[in-house]
Design a protein around this ligand. Structure first.
Ligand code: SAM
Length: 323
């Protein structure tokens, strides 16, 4: 397609392009092309002062197929590495999968076939398009995690929360990650604070397999891995500066075990799912009751909504000190 264009030396190409974007002068439907040592930037108007103005033939730029155009709405899916996982109740799943594959940003599309359930907090996934697999490599906060989305728990929606906790840990600290999964809290903390000692526990053998792999992948030397029930594996540990309890539906039941390992003045980070009508007070009362039974005093340090979980329900975190 013929268009007016600005002809500039390649060296000045990017700078010129940025200036033209600022002026809203670039013809976004056409592909910029090169000719020897020069770039030809298609423009919508004759603009002086940027280079030689010419007319040339350009290829049309392929527009990314948008969900809004095809479906009329934005579908719900999450992306973990090169896998997209479409929500369980999404009725246009196959159409969405085909668009995702055509957009060429991910390699595999799956759909959740159940809610996250059971002790290991996993969900059933059905294959929809692309490469038939459930294992992927995911990058977060400068770390890499290999994981099998069908065999372990994982959500990218806690990335900011993981960094918030990692930022509180200092070299020399002992950290117990009671429900570590494939290690997104433990590995990040270990990497950020090589002088900390992180004890990562999980009961799911597949999560432990990937946790070992992720410790190796990220070259961290300060993670001690324990496979089994947190209540058993925590035995013998003492003086923990931070205890991370990321088992939101039933973590509270393990609070008595956490109290046996946290040092005086140490912090517990407890995650829970609560209703918007009582986000924090009910759960704090239960923490106080459990502390009372363990003869420990607790002081609240912070509380926050980590992410919405379901209609009217939120994934929250309460940080508190044990004395
Ligand atoms: C919600 S996931 C959190 C995983 C990880 N912290 C993350 O952010 O991805 C909870 C994890 O706790 C593990 N788990 C459940 N019950 C457990 C128990 N009694 N002892 C140890 N681990 C347990 C599950 O296998 C699962 O990996």
């Amino acid at each position: 397609m013929e268009s007016l264009c600005i002809r500039v030396a390649k060296k000045a190409g990017e700078k010129t392009r940025q200036k033209l974007i600022g002026l809203g002068a670039i013809n976004n439907n056409l592909k910029i092309k090169s000719d020897g040592e020069e770039l030809l930037i298609p423009v919508v108007a004759r603009i002086e002062g940027f280079g030689k103005i010419r007319i040339s033939d350009f290829e049309a730029l392929e527009k990314e197929e948008s969900f809004a155009d095809v479906l009329g709405y934005a579908p719900a899916f999450e992306i973990v590495g090169d896998i997209a996982i479409i929500d369980q109740y999404e009725s246009d799943a196959q159409k969405i999968a085909d668009i995702l594959i055509r957009q060429n940003k991910i390699k595999t599309v799956l759909q959740a076939a159940s809610a996250v359930t059971g002790e290991y907090r996993t969900r059933e996934l059905t294959f929809l398009a692309g490469e038939k697999r459930t294992e992927t490599l995911y990058r977060e906060n400068g770390c890499r995690y290999l994981l099998d989305a069908a065999r372990v728990y994982f959500t990218p929606r806690l990335a900011t929360e993981r960094m918030r906790i990692a930022d509180q840990v200092k070299n020399g600290d002992k950290v117990v990650d009671m429900f570590a999964g494939v290690g997104p809290f433990s590995v990040l903390i270990a990497k950020k604070s090589p002088g900390a000692h992180v004890i990562a526990i999980d009961k799911n053998p597949d999560a432990i397999k990937y946790l070992r792999e992720n410790v190796r992948l990220n070259k961290v030397k300060n993670v001690e891995i324990r496979e089994g029930d947190a209540r058993d594996e925590i035995k013998g540990i003492s003086d923990a500066c931070h205890v991370i309890m990321n088992l939101p539906h039933s973590g509270l039941e393990f609070l008595d075990a956490a109290f046996t390992v946290v040092k005086k003045g140490g912090m517990i980070h407890l995650y829970a799912i609560t209703h918007e009508d009582d986000l924090f007070d009910g759960i704090w009362k239960k923490i106080e009751e459990s502390a009372h039974q363990a003869n420990i005093r607790v002081i609240p340090i912070g509380r926050r909504i980590v992410r919405p979980y379901a209609p009217y329900q939120h994934n929250i975190c309460i940080d508190f000190r044990a004395l």
